[in-house]
Design a protein around this ligand. Sequence first.
Ligand code: FES
Length: 120
Amino acid sequence: MKWVKVATLDDLWEGDMLDAKVEGEEVILIHREGGRIVCFQGMCPHQEILLADGNFDFVKGTITCSAHEWEFDMKDGRGRNPLGCKLFQYDVRLEGENIMVGVPTDGRLRRLRHSVEEEA
Ligand code: FES
């Protein structure tokens, strides 16, 4: 796994999201209320629309794609509607103020994943 600095805590306040490109892949970073930062694939697994253009509801804890309203859980990326899909979740760690994202180096595309079963 390769750790890449994507942003700083100044760029991503609690209750906010940020889209970025990491090693050629679109990702979304979410600073959840309570302090936890999560990072998911940035392209919707349905038809590869940017999830950053969707709706982020921090009260319900959902990410909703702008195209056909697939809905994902902000906590772990699991599909709420429809069930059975899941966003790839990157590891995240802080180094001081820097938000670091762990990019797997297995060479697999992470934006095309559709199902929970694809997880290793
Ligand atoms: S492309 Fe996201 S729901 Fe269809």
